[in-house]
Design a protein. Sequence first.
Lengths: 225, 46
Amino acid sequence: MNLISALATVVAFIFTGAVWARYRRRGGRHLLYWSIGALLFGVGTLAETVLSVSFHPAALKAWYLSGAMLTAAWLGQGTVALLVRRRGVTPALTWALVVVSLLAVGLLVAAPVMGTVGYDVSQPVSSQYREILGSSGAVVALTIVLNIYGTITLVGGALYSAYLFWRKQVLLNRMVGNLLIAGGALMPATAGSFLRAGLVDWHSLSELVGVALMFLGYVQAVRGK
Amino acid sequence: MSGEGPRFKPSRGTKVLVPVVLVILGVGLLAVLALVGAAALGWLGG
């Protein structure tokens, strides 16, 4: 079993619980979307953990759908809801994301799973799924669009916020928190690059460190003045 | 983002460190976007 992925799952679900609890107490759509994003992260690493023990087609699809396709976009949507003040923009983007997410679910459910004979549980699913999951051009295109949208909004939004707090020299905790969120979010976004560079261990570690940094950044940003 | 709240006075080290970190993370963001677009990389290695 991949213990690092399992640990990342635990951190992601604690992160989800913390954001969800704050949403229940204080409201705020950004908290709702962040909790969805953190939950998707946890589902992705949980599926990765399951796939490190044995192969299940449903786990493969859950990993790709939640981890590779939707996590970044929903975390980024939280930042959009927090930062974008122009009336109507955030609801329109949210509805667009809901539609695209449902489309992604449909495409992944319909995607064929082929030739699992050579699947090796000792290797990360990320390095093997391309030969197993019959992903169409639409799935690949959606993956690119969702990840670019999510990474720009989440990382870009956190850097923009950190820069504003730095320039005004106010709310040090939020400036530090946003830097941690930006740094943390870049790590799981680059997990595939580590794999392609042959750094297999870094791949799982980047997910754990990434989610831990985002959680720390969130805690730092919301702590009392 | 709100600009209201307690102010802080950065030390000399912080005055150098924070802009450097901002630039590094900004470059990292551009690199990740290029990778995602060129190699169809998703999060968590997908």
